[in-house]
Design a protein around this ligand. Structure first.
Ligand code: GTP
Ligand code: MG
Length: 320
């Protein structure tokens, strides 16, 4: 199969070909580069959501419920699980595995796990490429699961537009389970396993931590509670994610408006400066002299301008 055929298949959302494209992204740096270059113009439509947090906090269980909720809303979903221990790789209970398999027979869902191994360009790069492939394949929502353990996970999760940090009571018990780097990048906090005692305490710990680090930001990360086992709180989480996406879009609009305003301001400044300089130069007798010299072909306009401006530009702008 040529790269062209693979690109066509990805854009058509062909599951078999998407899988093939992902394998290329994982294995062959050179081919991957060609493939990504070809699909790149077709990316940028998906909402990319990163989910991270300590091992066993319930990320995969929550993702499974989120996928179902998104499907109910008619959205297509891609899931990328980076080095998970469960249940995508089968590390979890049989029940979880069966439920996930059920999901993966749904045409509107594509699930891929990326176990630790040597990727041609590193795991973060491979993950980004896989996300781009799923985006180009037309998935509305892409969920990326990583265990929030170290710097490389923080790097991977940065492919996401919205980052959900998941915590749960009873994981070595304290907030230290969430690494400092993750606190800072969270757009939404989830305390999962809300059916357990101490869920409220975990939420309060996060709240306290957020207040400590009271940066003034336009988006205040909310703290939600979920019970992934039953799906409780999942629809609220999805609502918040939609809110965050709208927020990002507004921010982007504002950024573009700022750029437009800057261009207009620069134009206006230019006009003013030109007027100031020319009026200043016209006050000198030399201006009149040079006009006559140009007329008599004793000097060309460019050289005349140089003569006039020499040393005077500084004074003119200072006086203005
Ligand atoms: N009581 C309770 N248990 C839960 C809940 N959500 C998940 N679990 C259980 O917690 C365990 C870990 O869940 P996973 O979804 O595999 O957690 P994970 O964060 O994906 O784990 P890793 O991928 O290994 O980092 C499983 O036994 C789940 O059944 C919940 O809301 N309440
Ligand atoms: Mg998992």
């Amino acid at each position: 199969m040529t790269i062209d055929e693979i690109v066509k298949g990805v854009l058509a959302g062909d599951r078999r070909i998407i899988a093939r494209a992902i394998t290329i992204a994982e294995d062959n740096a050179l081919e991957a580069q060609k493939l990504i270059a070809a699909i790149y113009p077709h990316t940028g439509k998906a909402h990319i959501i990163g989910l991270t947090g300590p091992g066993g906090s319930g990320k995969s269980t929550l993702i499974e419920k989120m996928v179902r909720e998104y499907r109910r809303k008619g959205k297509t979903v891609g899931v990328v699980a980076v080095d998970p221990s469960s249940p995508f790789t089968g590390g979890a209970f049989l029940g979880d595995r069966i439920r996930m398999q059920e999901l993966s027979t749904d045409e509107g869902v594509f699930i891929r796990s990326m176990a630790t191994r040597n990727y041609a360009g590193g795991i973060a790069k491979a993950t980004k490429d896989v996300v781009k492939i799923l985006d180009a394949a037309g998935k509305d929502i892409i969920l990326v699961e990583t265990v929030g353990a170290g710097q490389s996970e923080v790097e991977i999760i940065k492919v996401a537009q919205s980052i959900v940090v998941i915590h749960a009571p009873g994981l070595g018990d304290d907030i230290q389970a969430i690494k400092a780097g993750l606190m800072e990048i969270a757009d939404i906090f989830v305390v999962n396993k809300a059916d357990r005692e101490n869920a409220d305490k975990a939420a309060m710990d996060i709240q306290a931590m957020l207040q400590l680090n009271n940066k003034k930001t336009a988006w205040k990360p909310p703290i939600l509670k979920t019970t992934a086992l039953t799906g409780e709180g999942v629809s609220q989480l999805i609502e918040k994610l939609e809110e965050h996406r709208n927020f990002l879009e507004k921010e982007e609009e504002r950024r573009k408006s700022l750029l437009r305003a800057e261009a207009e301001l620069v134009e206006a400044i230019k006009e003013k400066i030109v007027n100031v300089v020319i009026n200043e130069l016209k006050k000198k007798g030399e201006f009149e002299d040079l006009l006559h010299k140009i007329l008599d072909k004793k000097i060309d306009p460019a050289s005349a301008a140089e003569k006039l401006l020499h040393g005077k530009l500084k004074k003119a702008t200072r006086d203005a």
